[in-house]
Design a protein around this ligand. Structure first.
Ligand code: C5P
Length: 242
């Protein structure tokens, strides 16, 4: 790896200065964390798989007109992305009860939801990513009402498209988390999908057996974590080279 400026290091990825102004290199690590850093580990090969899976999903979304920060994959662990101003809100879309929703409301995991539910969380490690409402987001200026409208519309399109895509390969898209950023082009700002879409931030269950093929295998010590990510990539038809 050539020497270059490290812009930001997160739990699972590092962002480096890109080759052109307005670009960044997104490097995928094998590190895994859960429960806001209380559980840490390494999932061998995860970075390579998530790089491929996220490339594939972002590319398909781009083809249906969802704007994303993704430009192209550079190698096994890196992709070139547009530099955006990250909006400090995580958008979670849920189709089936699981995880924190099941805990919060006492709804058994696996219960289908009457309709898709959108939740917002404020990105803050110190505060443990608290759940927030639209009121908080606009009152505190984290996103303008129009930004939020765009984020919701894009999230619902992503949910519709990815639910169908995964169903086609025998996977149920239970829930997922998206991040968005502001991108300026010719004095105009638009909201684009950022970060990654992978089994690190989606819950994916086998349609027939309900087997978990996502990061819950790490969170819940279910074992065979890398194999699960590999299986998602295999079903998408994009197993990594080498
Ligand atoms: O834990 P919870 O049930 O709220 O997670 C909902 C969805 O959002 C899951 O797919 C989980 O992987 C994802 N998520 C995430 N990053 C977080 C919190 C949740 O990717 N910080």
């Amino acid at each position: 790896m050539t020497r270059r400026r490290r812009i930001y290091e997160g739990k699972a990825k590092v962002l480096f200065e890109g080759p052109e102004p307005g670009t960044l290199v997104q490097y995928f690590k094998d590190d895994a964390t859960a429960f806001n850093n209380q559980k840490k580990g390494v999932i061998t090969g995860k970075g390579v798989l998530n790089n491929r899976i996220s490339e594939y999903l972002m590319s398909r979304l781009s083809e249906i007109g969802v704007p994303t920060h993704f430009m192209r994959r550079l190698n096994m662990r890196e992709q070139l992305v547009r530099e955006v101003e990250i909006i400090p809100i995580e958008v979670v879309v849920r189709n089936v009860a699981a995880g924190s929703l099941s805990r919060r409301f006492g709804i058994p995991e696996g219960t289908p939801l009457p309709r898709s539910i959108i939740e917002y969380y404020y990105k803050s490690d110190e505060l443990n990513d608290p759940m927030v409402s639209e009121e908080h987001i606009t009152a505190f200026g984290w996103a303008a009402p129009q930004d939020l409208d765009d984020m919701v519309a894009l999230s619902l399109r992503v949910n519709d498209y990815l639910s169908g895509l995964f169903l086609g390969i025998g996977l149920k898209l239970v829930d997922f988390k998206l991040e968005f950023g502001r991108l300026w082009e010719n004095e105009e700002m638009r909201i684009v999908l950022a970060d990654e879409i992978s089994p690190d931030n989606c819950r994916l269950w086998d349609v027939k057996t309900n087997e978990k093929l996502d990061k819950d295998r790490f969170r819940q010590d279910l074992g065979r974590v890398e194999e699960a990510y590999q299986e998602v990539a295999r079903r998408l038809g994009i197993l990594p080279e080498g």
